[in-house]
Design a protein around this ligand. Structure first.
Ligand code: F6R
Length: 591
């Protein structure tokens, strides 16, 4: 959610930290701050709003001559968006930036207040600073102070820490991502490698509760007082991945990248089919995820059940983690996550593991917690996805689920491998579909002034509708609902009014006539009907987009990009902040 970057080394920390924050802005963007340090001073500058506001403020201030610093971009959890609540927070010797939530912060704060300590913000982060400071004042040993503090903090954290009388930067994490970047005579911390990719592609993964000390000489990681040897890894992310290139928005850039990342992911699995595990050894599958990843899972459910004849339940991770789940020894839990850091999905994965259940992750970020902890992993090759609304990653999650379906069904003699000839043609077809922006703009022109929209479909088309509806809500701020087409008349149809847009998704042949009857029902009540379909022989309604018809295993992947682009152009017409929709953040690392 929030973003952290930290630096120590031979260069100007101000420039590096600001550049890092800009690359992280998509993770949280309601306020930001920076702490610069040299041997004598720690200077803190904070601002409300975007990183550009912080930059302006910094440019107006005389800065200390610093050689290290920490910085933060915030997505508010504890406490409103105010200057006081923006990070970094300072208590005595200690200055801290924090991602995550400390669950026992109120209780700890009450005790500290009783001891006479004052607080200036409503944040849990200030409590962390106060606790580490208290222990540091007692022992003057920073390792002891941090360890003691971590023992009493409950919840999740990634922390960047400065200590006024030590010329080093410290970092720790638990249930929140943080990596350590290794450059030449310069070292970094970052909640996401994207923050520092312009400076280094080498990094160390920190494990939970390891303490990392970054000095001018290098990086030392320890746990319980013992040095831990860490591997220095290399990422294939390149700095172009984190810039918009010729596009006005990351969302559009990432949609346009779909044919390429599709090819990359497809080739990987076609060349190494053994990577796709055989699901036939399981009796039932639980797909657990959040948001769009869960909707990708719903598409997967229809495919796996109908084509591979295997029972699948799809659950939202925030419910799954707390509900009674019936497992049997032959249950497989599939976790789907772009970031691999979604707190609820991580908790669902750990719950399955604690029950002795096999877990399989379909994930993009290879360094993420889910990628590291799941038993089996199938990586998608989406590269960096910066726009808050997922597009290309969703598509690839569906691709992997369809490949798993083919693999499983083939082993049961339910399909032959001809289907794979067709999937190879999809990148070309995707190209064609993406080129038709004028058609999508026309639809955006007709819906952008509406405040309520419905999406209807049956079977797999309902699953696709859910994603179409979510995209429109999150980027264009239009209230929309996805309904199973047959369910509409059990109440909801009373909301249909003259000129209300209703998107009908029609690809599922066996349900097509039934959905068409539902379309006629809404049309006769005044709805403006927009049909998105692979069928070219349908009755004509108000608007229609026909995509190439392919095997049902892959059809949704030609429909969803249309819905993504319609959401994009509608948001553009409504002047929305497309890449950073209000109240949202990429990678939801808190509950
Ligand atoms: C919607 C969107 C979110 C994510 C969800 C899960 O466009 O991006 O709904 O899909 O927050 O995120 P990951 O996939 O990172 O677990």
């Amino acid at each position: 959610m929030c973003g952290i970057v930290g630096y120590i080394g031979r260069n100007n920390p101000k420039e590096i930290l600001l550049a890092g924050l800009k690359n992280l802005e998509y993770r949280g963007y309601d306020s930001a701050g920076i702490a610069l340090k040299n041997e004598e001073n720690v200077q803190i500058i904070k601002s409300i709003g975007k990183i550009s506001a912080l930059e302006e403020k910094i440019n107006d201030i005389e800065l200390i001559n610093a050689n290290m610093g920490i910085a933060h971009t915030r997505w508010a959890t504890h406490g409103k968006v105010t200057l006081e609540n923006a990070h970094p927070h300072q208590a005595g010797y200690i200055t801290v930036v924090h991602n995550g939530i400390i669950e026992n912060a109120n209780e700890l704060k009450e005790n500290l207040v009783k001891e006479g300590i004052s607080f200036y913000s409503d944040t849990d982060t200030e409590v962390i600073a106060a606790i580490i400071n208290k222990f540091y004042c007692e022992s003057k040993n920073i390792f002891k102070a941090i360890s003691k503090a971590l023992n009493i903090l409950k919840g999740s954290y990634a922390l960047g820490i400065l200590v006024s009388d030590i010329d080093k930067v410290y970092a720790v994490r638990k249930n929140s991502p943080l990596i350590v970047g290794v450059g030449k005579d310069e070292y970094f911390i970052a909640s996401d490698i994207a923050a520092i990719i312009n400076y280094t592609n080498r990094y160390i993964l920190l494990d939970e509760d390891e303490i990392c000390e970054l000095s001018f000489k290098g990086v030392e990681v320890s746990k319980d007082g013992m040095i831990v040897e860490k591997d220095v890894l290399t990422t294939d992310l390149i700095s172009e991945d984190t810039s918009k290139g010729k596009y006005e928005h990351f969302m559009l850039k990432e949609i346009m990248e779909e044919p390429n990342v599709f090819t990359k992911t497809l080739e990987k699995y076609l060349n190494n089919p053994d990577l796709l595990i055989d699901l036939n050894k399981y009796e039932e599958i639980h797909i657990v995820a959040c948001g769009s990843a869960m909707y990708a899972g719903m598409v997967g459910k229809y495919l796996l059940e109908e084509v591979a004849d295997i029972k699948v339940d799809v659950e939202c991770a925030s419910e799954y983690r707390y509900k009674k789940v019936f497992y049997n020894k032959k249950t497989l839990v599939i976790l789907i996550s772009q970031s691999g850091e979604t707190a609820d999905t991580i908790a669902a994965m750990r719950k399955a593991k604690e029950n002795g259940i096999d877990t399989l992750a379909i994930v993009n970020v290879k360094t993420s917690t889910i990628a590291r902890e799941a038993l089996y992993k199938l990586f998608i090759e989406a590269g960096a996805e910066i726009a808050v609304a997922t597009t290309k990653a969703y598509l690839l999650q569906v691709l992997v689920l369809s490949l798993l379906t083919v693999n499983t069904a083939y082993k049961k003699n339910l399909v032959n491998l001809d289907a794979l000839d067709e999937v190879k043609k999809l990148p070309m077809m995707l190209d064609e579909v993406l080129k038709r922006s004028a058609d999508y703009q026309k639809i955006a022109d007709t819906i952008y002034e509406n405040e309520d929209i419905f999406f209807i479909g049956r079977g797999i088309d309902y699953a696709i509708s859910m994603e179409g509806s979510l995209k429109l809500k999150e980027v264009a701020y239009i209230h929309s609902e996805a309904y199973q087409a047959g369910e509409l008349k059990h109440g909801t149809i009373s909301l249909i009014e003259d000129n209300m847009p209703v998107f009908a998704i029609i690809t599922d042949e066996k349900n097509k006539d039934k959905t068409l009857s539902n379309v006629i029902e809404v049309k006769s009540r005044g709805a403006k009907v927009i049909v998105i379909t692979s069928e070219d022989d349908l009755e004509k309604f108000d608007y229609e987009i026909i995509v190439p018809k392919v095997n049902k295993l892959f059809q949704s992947m030609l429909i969803v990009p249309v819905l993504q682009l319609i959401a994009y152009y509608t948001a553009l017409k409504r002047n929305c902040e497309i890449d950073k929709p209000k109240n949202l953040a990429k990678s939801v690392t808190v509950e």
